[in-house]
Design a protein around this ligand. Structure first.
Ligand code: MG
Length: 381
């Protein structure tokens, strides 16, 4: 029996790589649903290649285009944000793979858990914003959350067979981004083009900027906190520019396990899809002789304030990570539109954190309301 997958966010960088993996293993996987936000052209192309049962285009204005392009194919076409959640209820879906970018991933992830569909999660925001509700629901419904983020996949792989082993700390590696080792003065002047040039990973624009500010690592600390039930004081970040060790786990006996491989998202996505099995991958192999030097350094929390802020909100809990995440999304968008400087990003986040008091949201809707409030404040509405 093939595993039938609903791929949400199929036209983004992660979604495209996930489809490559599934195409390499067409004997194991069937694409049941493809969903995209606005890239109708690519969604149509993917639907013609993978022949899903249904597609969702979230932007309703693109519905007619998708509908008419797929009229002669045996594909149901839906539009709108609600369809993204409703479609998950289909009995024929065995697993939901969420590659959605941003807060938009929250509701579909929650619905997948409620529908008892195993959830392979590339969307960080789901856990960053509402990790308490999501992990509690996953436990209640007995639904596994399988990490796709390379660092969390690495930790997950290190923990295989270690179910009862007490953990001392998790060590998350960071490439350091394009501005590793640079001073605060240097960061004042950096351009969008410089920030978008990542040394080791090829990714979407939002996450590439997050990598340059180290916010990506901050979000990953919060993600790890929820996924592996670890306090942030036992989660360490180490800068490792070669991006070969994807993360490590240190156990109470002092033993450290690391997961190693070339920086290629296809491995973590494949592991999430085939877990608990490992299957052949045709992708290039890592060779130690190609990387005679693997180096490590402390992150500079003073210059890269976003990482420090993320540690702080992880410790505080409640609505703080939600505020941080929303403020960061707005600030990154403003930076990408040349409205603010690179070094204004952490300042915008601090402004949001000081404008909104601590609270403990009790529902997904309450988190989404907090998210909206932050956007209104920072967009001066
Ligand atoms: Mg990552």
């Amino acid at each position: 029996m093939k595993k039938r997958i609903a791929l949400l966010g199929s036209t983004g960088s992660m979604g495209v790589q996930a489809l490559e993996v599934m195409a390499q293993h067409s004997d194991m996987f069937e694409i049941e649903v493809l969903a995209a936000y606005s890239n109708a052209d690519l969604l149509i192309e993917q639907a013609k290649q993978f022949n899903p049962n249904a597609v969702v285009i979230v932007q309703k204005e693109r519905y007619a285009q998708v509908q008419s392009a797929l009229a002669s194919d045996d594909v149901k076409v839906f539009a709108g944000e609600n369809s993204l959640c409703d479609i998950i209820e289909m009995d024929s879906i065995d697993m939901v793979l969420s590659c959605i970018v941003g807060i938009a991933g929250l509701k579909p992830a929650f619905r997948a858990i409620e529908c008892e569909k195993p959830l392979a999660l590339a969307n960080k925001e789901t856990l960053v914003v509402a990790g308490d509700l999501i992990t509690r629901a996953a436990r209640e419904y007995g639904v596994p959350i399988l990490p796709v983020d390379s660092e969390h996949s690495a930790i997950f792989q290190c923990l295989a067979g270690e179910f009862h082993s007490p953990i001392e700390k998790l060590i998350i590696t960071a490439s350091g981004g394009p501005f590793r080792g640079k001073s605060a003065d240097f960061l004042e002047q950096v351009t969008k083009a410089q920030a978008l040039r990542h040394p080791t990973w090829t990714m979407g624009q939002k996450i590439t900027i997050d990598s340059a500010t180290l916010m990506n690592k901050g979000l990953e600390v919060i993600e790890a906190h929820w996924l592996f039930n670890m306090p942030s004081t036992q989660i360490e970040v180490v800068v490792h520019p070669q991006s070969i060790i994807h993360s490590l786990v240190q156990f109470v006996d002092g033993s450290v396990k690391a997961q190693i491989g070339l920086p290629d998202m296809k491995l973590p996505v494949q592991y999430a899809l085939t877990y608990p099995d490992r299957v052949y991958s045709p992708n290039p192999r890592f060779s130690f002789t190609d990387y005679p030097q693997l180096t490590f350094e402390q992150p500079d929390l003073k210059t890269f304030a976003c990482l420090k802020l993320a540690y702080e909100v992880c410790c505080e809990g409640g609505n703080r990570p939600c505020v941080l995440n929303a403020a960061n999304e707005v600030a990154v968008a403003q930076f990408l539109h040349d409205k603010i400087k690179f070094t204004d990003i952490p300042k915008r986040i601090e402004k949001a954190l000081s404008s909104i008091p601590f609270a403990k949201p009790a529902s997904i809707e309450a988190y989404l309301a907090t998210d909206k409030e932050v956007r209104n404040i920072l967009n001066d509405k």
